[in-house]
Design a protein around this ligand. Structure first.
Ligand SMILES: [Ca+2]
Length: 258
């Protein structure tokens, strides 16, 4: 093997040479090595090296402020690598927890949960929950409130205000809230439980109940389904600032069912 390398090296040598005739050493770009200097003790000017926290010492309480994954010091604030004071990193993610101040703790809101997960609390309103996938899960779709334009629009033949109700539709199913009498700012706080998948369509139609039939106020649709961003926020605020809008605002809350 050695001989073969040597032969190869010799064979390749000419290719590495080039004609320096007429070219000064400083013009070739290659540094010239002065062989006689090799015997002179070199003056070493090494940078000061810290012996802690840079992997030179085994990762541990004395060398790492975060946590240790094997022998590597990690910041310790990641759900995959959580810890402080040089302890072994904990995996909060698998446990559905979040990393706060170097400890795996239950989530308090979906915005704390890693990537595409939401904070599932049992019961709703509990202080802490578990980060879980939002999909293939039952959600409470809560119709909170609406604001209806009663200034530029006449309702009930100009005699009163509208009597709004909301119909929620998803797939082929539909649910309808109570009717609020004579209200421009109705509050329902009524929910329906729907199992959500990526792309599950969801629509909301607000109408004015009349003695006979009903009249449209406004609609809002999530034809492509609810995004993970909205699920994490937990609130949908549909605003329509257009001059023709009768439905100025519709507020929907999304809560993972306990
Ligand atoms: Ca009415």
């Amino acid at each position: 093997m050695f001989r073969m390398v040597l032969v190869l090296g010799l064979a390749m040598a000419p290719a590495c040479q080039f004609d320096r005739s007429g070219v000064q050493p400083w013009e070739t770009g290659a540094p010239e090595l002065a062989l006689e200097d090799a015997s002179t003790p070199a003056k070493l000017d090494l940078p000061t090296v810290s012996l802690t926290g840079d992997g030179l010492l085994p990762c541990g309480p004395g060398s790492c402020a975060g946590c240790c994954r094997g022998d590597v010091c990690q910041p310790g604030d990641d759900p995959d690598g959580c810890g402080t004071g040089g302890v072994a990193c904990s995996d909060c993610r698998t446990a559905g927890k979040v990393c706060t101040a170097g400890a795996c703790v239950p989530c308090s809101s979906s915005l704390e949960c890693h990537e595409e997960t939401v904070c599932h609390k049992k019961p709703i309103g509990a202080e802490g929950g578990t980060c879980v996938s939002p999909w293939n899960r039952t959600w409470r779709v809560l119709v909170v409130s609406a604001e209806i334009d009663c200034v530029t629009n006449a309702w009930d033949w100009g005699l009163s205000f509208p009597d709004p109700f909301v119909t929620i539709r998803s797939g082929g199913a539909s649910w309808t809230t109570d009717t609020k009498q004579d209200s421009c700012k109705p509050e329902w706080k009524q929910y329906v439980e729907i199992q959500l998948q990526p792309g599950t369509p969801l629509s909301f139609e607000v109408r004015d109940q009349n003695p006979v039939g009903s009249a449209p106020i406004g609609t809002f649709a999530l034809a492509q389904g609810v995004s993970i961003t909205l699920l994490k926020l937990g609130v949908i605020q549909h605003l329509d600032p257009s001059p023709m809008a009768k439905l100025l605002r519709l507020t929907i809350a999304l809560i993972p069912a306990p």
